[in-house]
Design a protein around this ligand. Structure first.
Ligand SMILES: C[C@H](O)[C@H](O)CC(=O)C(=O)O
Ligand SMILES: [Mg+2]
Length: 394
């Protein structure tokens, strides 16, 4: 039985925040001297935009069925991803049944494997996959989380990522993840500053509130180990993405090195069941953090999550807004979710992918009722007031 046939796939670029959440105005906390692998070059140390973190912009994928229903999704990838979607991936969808997401995913992945496997191509595949799930939900008039097996709890609880865990605590979040500001190139002085900032936050939030450090791939094993040991006294709950995502051996070593009780987390720049299998089998971390728009979409995340579950590991997706919420609420091994604070301060809760989505739910008092997701598909609409650019057609 076919509810409707896929008629057309379109891909657009949008600028200014949204899924490319690093594409923010000057003065935003997310671009304030954050440690990165590029910080070894002093000219690229102060701002991530200086080395091009926001060059791509947001990719919007729309899939229209022959009854006029449109599913859509946003992720990062911009113009090059539009090319891949329009010129390569669209052929595996048009004329097909939207319920055939397994076969469609398989064909998208294996037809691009010779130039894909990770990064931009998987972002593009993820965008198409999420738009397909949105379409399927809209056609069946059901929220995606119903299609994934239904909620295993009544509400989601969130930790907040941003420069103000003290404010996050007041706003009701269960924890706060700070960006690390100084990497190995800034020597011992930088290391001391990193520890001092955590100590200051611990002072402000008290002993029980979770505090974490996001290291955005900036460190080496030695520095990360020293940081972890120095931060242990200040109750650091986890050290995130401390080293290069390609260095599985380094993660395994770091996990052995950190003080007992401290967690090692990573995976936001990892992709597919094969990439996560490496992290899991090499015992690289305690929590995996796939980004739903970068790991292969929901179809692939279901496989990644099953692998993690069998290993007794948690899956707490990176950012991902509604794409994460619909997934996390259906999984026992995803007991909480991330909320990226996109307010420049960040002193207020604003929708994570603002201004690109309409109806994007936000946590209230650090929580979100499963019932807030009770709309067809992912429950959001594209904000057409934000200019869309379609660079390629087919
Ligand atoms: C704050 C981090 O540097 C990055 O911008 C976001 C991230 O890695 C996360 O939310 O996790
Ligand atoms: Mg991170």
């Amino acid at each position: 039985m076919m509810l409707a046939k896929i008629k057309h796939v379109r891909a657009f670029v949008v600028r200014g925040g949204g899924a490319d959440y690093h594409d923010q105005e000057e003065g935003h906390w997310i671009d304030d001297h954050i440690a990165t692998p590029m910080a070894r070059y002093p000219e690229y140390r102060q701002s991530r935009q200086s080395f091009g973190i926001n060059v791509l912009g947001t990719l919007v994928v729309e899939i229209e069925a022959d009854d006029g229903t449109i599913g859509f999704a946003v992720t990062t990838g911009g113009e090059p991803a539009c090319y891949i979607v329009e010129k390569h991936l669209a052929r595996f969808l048009e004329g097909r049944n939207p319920a055939d997401y397994e076969k469609i995913w398989d064909q998208m992945y294996f037809s691009t494997q010779y130039y894909g496997r990770k990064g931009l191509v998987i972002n593009a595949i993820s965008g198409v996959d999420l738009a397909l799930w949105d379409l399927l939900g809209k056609l069946r008039q059901e929220p995606v989380y119903h299609l994934l097996g239904g909620a295993v709890r009544d509400e989601l609880q969130f930790y907040a990522t941003g420069a103000r865990p003290d404010v996050a605590k007041e706003l009701g979040f269960i924890g706060g993840k700070l960006p690390l500001h100084h990497g190995p190139a800034e020597g011992l002085e930088g290391l001391h500053k990193n520890v001092a900032l955590l100590a200051d936050m611990r002072e402000k939030v008290g002993p029980d509130f979770w505090l974490m450090y996001d290291c955005w791939m900036a460190l080496d094993v030695d520095y990360a180990t020293r940081l972890a040991i120095a931060c242990h006294d200040h109750g650091l709950k986890w050290i995130e993405e401390a080293i290069s995502p390609d260095d599985y051996w380094g993660y395994a070593e770091l996990k052995r090195n950190v003080p007992k009780g401290m967690l090692v987390t990573t995976g936001e720049h990892e992709a597919t069941r094969w990439g996560f299998r490496m992290l899991l089998e090499m015992d690289c971390c305690d929590i995996i953090q796939p980004d739903v728009g970068w790991c292969g979409g929901v179809t692939e995340l279901l496989k990644i999550s099953a692998l993690a579950d069998a290993k007794g590991k948690m899956v707490v997706p990176h950012g991902s807004s509604v794409y994460s919420y619909h997934f996390v609420v259906t999984r026992h091994n995803s007991p909480f979710a991330e909320f990226l604070m996109m307010h420049p301060g960040p002193t207020e809760v604003v929708p994570m992918f603002a201004p690109q989505l309409l109806g994007e739910p936000v946590p209230v008092n650090g929580r979100l009722k499963a019932s807030a997701l009770d709309k067809p598909g992912f429950g959001v609409e594209l904000n057409r007031a934000v200019p869309l650019h379609r660079p390629y057609t087919h």
